[in-house]
Design a protein around this ligand. Structure first.
Ligand code: SF4
Length: 910
């Protein structure tokens, strides 16, 4: 076994991992004890990275489609790149460089980003290059630039230990950045005086941990922070000397703030005036307040104002640039920050330059050896796909992202991808929703197979290293971009100097060139190289030539970026949401994350055990809304917005308020009969940051009349290749999903992984369709016990494998009557001996017949500890420490600890 140090590829926390490999397979992972982001800890997602390193679903050879009516066929890399260059060059010659576009990803490494930028701007001559980071943190970029004149997070994770107040705004940190939250929990344990305020419409695990939870009305963030500033002014808690010496624009803002009295805005914010005053006093009286924010602020039609209003609190109190304090935006993706640094957004350029600044353009043109950079602003994510739909952009190159699942208003996005003349998808996975639209699919290397760098939320640059080679013919992303650039350069007859600019022998050479674009800039990393990072370990920028260590904190000298070195207060847009509920759409949609899934599930969705905490998609409504309407928990609902409709089971939850509805962002067309929540979301975006409002929409919800039900469960048991087998079964079932009224295709299990298909239809499924599903899952009638009731359209099958005392249920199909589906799932997953089950297999029985089949909701995924076990122990008087000692729950990654604490806070009955 070899061990290679690298970085987790999920969230922007940027945890160091040690990747364990045997031959060409990744077999394990552990936290890197020396990495300063996590000191050896990993969350439930990071802990299972190796289980996502599977082969099923990987793109391994280039696939080319001659026309949209035929299936893609394997081709050589040479031919693939030649065809791509021919198609792009023809469109560029006929329609100009802005007729093509590149849409890339916060998953890419810094080296990948840099080459894509150079390809788009220097070779093609377009600024049409944007990143899926536009969907998660472009508002934070805009807010930092508007107030601090630089896109620079001033704080470090070590500030968590030094703060005396933490304000978490629009972030379920416990789920989305779990290791940051572990550090917050540890700091609070060490310092009981450290207070936590959480602002979130939902009572998330993060909010439930707070000393003060402000359950704000959706979209009222800028108004809330501006009202808190009003209170700070009123109570004399501002630092007027700091404001006078180091800022500008305060007097204008003060005029606007005058009307934001707590009494006047409390109802709009959905809060009590006292709560706003309390929060403001806590902030104003804190010696070291640290504010974290994320998508709840960013994904808004005034995301820039949301971030700016929060930063204003720090500027008005002078609480910035010193230990323990400052405005700290958390980045969603592992290298979203690297995208900002390399300028991989339509409005940016490498080295924190702006496309609209002639000096910045000239500097970069000189570095790249070209006469000039294009001046026309590029299209941002939503605009780019709109332009694809209206034919302004004719070809798109999509790298390492899945816009057919992640963009808002998906029906429109899918139309755009269908209309495009040429779609290239460069991805490690060949089965994403977007890959289905690829005219050319190029296989890319992925986590564990790539070499380069990433930057996390605290500006810390870490080395990413390959532990195994990529499978088949997959190549590193930077190399694909370079190979294409060289092929395109020849077709376009580009200058030899430009073409030579894409000849790199290694990612370290790419990095060395990128570093030059930062020298003399605020993010100067002239002192870094791959070799230096290998020697010194992860470092925070700036790290100029000659430096011996990175920079933990910015603005300690009170000199902000910009010509006058002053931070700026800006006018605040306090509109709420783009859509407000009305009589036809009375519910407010809120979107967010699950604890154990990440983004579009293209990676976590391949790990059966990561479904244990949230086995199926659902829409959460307040119990009062269910009661008022006579809806039942689990009932299927038709959920409609002005853009589309989806079907989901409803779940009662007091995490949301009456009138609100929560749907997780992760589930898409590979898991459901529809494309998930982004069918409902709207493409309205912030006018400055161009970040769409993915968090909110107005909904209509009504029962879905889909009375015919079917459940199919299949597990290969304890076979060596069980995991890949269930993935292969799922891959064969996935293309059928869109044909059903409602379908949920999920995984489950640990040692015995299983695939689960749940259907609900208006009318019974045709026998041949049932047979098709059974054959895919290797449950032919002749191998199964069979029950039939033609009068009721009921068919049941049970597949039993093994013999005598080893006989276990391996598959169950319940068509037309599925009451026993939930406990049979437990039986299958836990390998309950068949003798205990045999007489119940076809019984229309909702109650588990034997104790071993009682369904379990897993709370601690690492140690497989269920909710009922924890509740029983709490009822017997166990504390958190006792639970951890006795059941071991919460002792590995710790992701479940907030939920256990919530369970401890309410009386449990044994
Ligand atoms: Fe990965 Fe979890 Fe660390 Fe995020 S917090 S980087 S998902 S291990």
């Amino acid at each position: 076994m070899t061990e290679t140090s690298s970085v987790c590829c999920y969230c922007g926390t940027g945890c160091g991992v040690i990747v364990q490999a045997a031959g060409d397979r990744i077999i394990g992972v552990r936290g890197d004890p020396d990495h300063p982001a996590n000191f050896g800890k990993l969350c439930s997602k990071g802990n299972t990275l190796h289980l996502a390193a599977v082969r099923t679903g990987r793109a391994t050879v280039p696939l080319l489609r001659e026309s949209r009516s035929v299936l893609p066929a394997p081709t050589s890399w040479d031919n693939a790149l030649d065809v791509a260059a021919e198609r792009f060059s023809r469109i560029i010659r006929e329609h100009g460089p802005d007729a093509v576009a590149f849409y890339v990803s916060g998953q890419l490494l810094t080296e990948d980003y840099y080459v894509f930028n150079k390809l788009a701007r220097a070779l093609v001559g377009t600024n049409n290059i944007d990143s899926n980071s536009r969907l998660c943190m472009s508002s934070a970029v805009a807010a930092y630039k508007a107030t601090l004149s630089a896109d620079a997070v001033p704080c470090s994770y070590e500030d968590i230990d030094l703060a005396d107040l933490m304000l978490i705004a629009g972030s379920n940190t416990a789920f989305a950045h779990p290791i940051v939250f572990r550090r917050i929990e540890a700091a609070r344990e060490k310092n009981p005086d450290l207070k936590l305020i959480v602002v979130d419409p939902r009572r998330t695990d993060t909010a439930a941990s707070a000393d003060l939870h402000l359950a704000i009305a959706p979209g009222a963030d800028a108004l809330l922070y501006s009202t808190m500033l009003h209170v700070l002014l009123w109570e004399g808690l501002t630092d007027n000397a700091f404001i006078a010496a180091h800022t500008s624009g305060f007097n204008d803002l003060r005029t606007q703030l005058a009307e934001f009295t707590p009494g006047a805005v409390a109802a709009v914010c959905g809060l009590k005036a006292d709560e706003i005053v309390t929060a403001a006093r806590m902030f104003g009286n804190a010696k070291a307040p640290l504010s974290f924010w994320c998508q709840g602020l960013n994904q808004s039609i005034h995301g820039t104002a949301n971030g700016a209003a929060l930063i204003h609190l720090h500027l008005a109190t002078g609480k910035i640039g010193k230990p323990g304090m400052g405005p700290f935006s958390l980045t969603g993706q592992p290298n979203a920050m690297g995208g900002r640094e390399t300028g991989t957004m339509a409005n940016l350029l490498p080295g924190h330059r702006d496309i609209n600044n002639p000096t910045d353009r000239a500097e970069l043109a000189a570095l790249w050896g070209i006469p000039a950079l294009p001046e026309t602003p590029g299209k941002t994510a939503v605009e780019l796909f709109d332009a694809l739909a209206d034919g302004t952009i004719k070809a798109v190159w999509i790298a390492c992202t899945n816009p057919a699942q992640s963009l808002p208003d998906l029906n429109k996005v899918r139309t755009a991808l269908t209309k495009a003349e040429f779609v290239v998808v460069q991805d490690a996975w060949g089965d994403t929703e977007t890959a289905a639209y690829a005219d050319l699919l190029l296989p890319a290397a992925t986590w564990g197979e790539k070499d380069g760098t990433v930057t996390n939320s605290e500006r810390r640059i870490s080395r990413v290293r390959a532990a195994v080679p990529p499978p088949g013919e997959a190549r590193a992303d930077w190399r694909i971009a370079c190979d294409f650039a060289i092929a395109l350069g020849h077709k376009l007859g580009s200058d030899n100097t430009v073409n030579a600019g894409f000849v790199f022998a290694s990612p370290s050479e790419v990095y060395a060139e990128y570093v030059k674009t930062t020298v003399g800039r605020d993010l100067d990393i002239g002192g870094l190289s791959h070799a230096a990072l290998d020697r010194l370990g992860p470092q925070q920028w700036p790290f100029p030539a000659g430096a011996t260590a990175g920079t933990a904190r910015l603005y300690a000298d009170r000199r902000f970026a910009g010509a006058d070195f002053r931070a700026k207060f800006i006018p605040i847009d306090t509109h709420l949401t783009a859509e407000t509920p009305d009589a036809r759409h009375p519910f407010r949609l809120l979107t967010g994350r699950l604890r154990d899934q990440w983004h579009g599930m293209s990676r976590t969705g391949r790990v059966p055990r990561l479904y244990a905490h949230e086995p199926e998609p659902r829409i959460q409504l307040h119990p009062a809304d269910l009661n008022r309407r006579g809806w039942q928990d689990g009932q299927l609902m038709r959920v409609k917005s002005r853009r589309g409709e989806i079907v989901l089971p409803v779940a009662a939850s007091d995490e949301v308020k009456p009138g609100q509805a929560f749907v997780a962002m992760h589930w898409g067309g590979r898991s459901l009969s529809h494309d998930g929540v982004n069918v409902l979301t709207l493409p309205a975006f912030d006018p400055v940051s161009k970040q769409p409002e993915l968090k909110h929409a107005a909904l209509r919800i009504e029962p879905a009349a889909l009375p015919w039900r079917m459940v199919v469960l299949r597990s290969p048991g304890l076979t060596a290749d069980a995991h890949e087998t269930v993935l292969a079964w799922r891959a064969k079932l996935a293309p059928l999903l869109a044909g059903f009224d409602y379908a949920a295709l999920t995984l489950d299990g640990r040692e015995r992984p299983l695939v689960a298909l749940r259907l609900a239809l208006a009318a019974p499924l045709a026998p041949e369709q049932i047979e098709q599903i059974a054959r895919i899952l290797e449950m032919p009638q002749e191998s199964c016990l069979v029950y039939r009731d033609p009068a009721r359209n009921v068919v049941k099958r049970a597949l039993i494998e093994g013999n005598d005392e080893n006989a276990r249920l391996a598959g169950i199909l319940l068509a037309g009557e599925d009451a026993a589906g939930h406990w049979l799932r437990t039986a299958l997953r836990d390998g309950v001996p068949i003798d205990a089950l045999r007489r119940w297999l076809f019984a229309p029985r909702a109650e588990p017949p034997v104790a071993a089949t009682v369904p379990r909701k897993v709370i601690c995924n690492c140690l497989d500890v269920s909710e009922s076990e924890i509740k029983r122990a709490i009822a017997a008087g166990a504390s958190l420490t006792a639970l951890q000692e006795k059941l071991k729950c919460g002792t590995s990654c710790g992701s479940c600890v907030p939920e256990i604490k919530r369970m401890l806070a309410v009386p449990q009955v044994g």
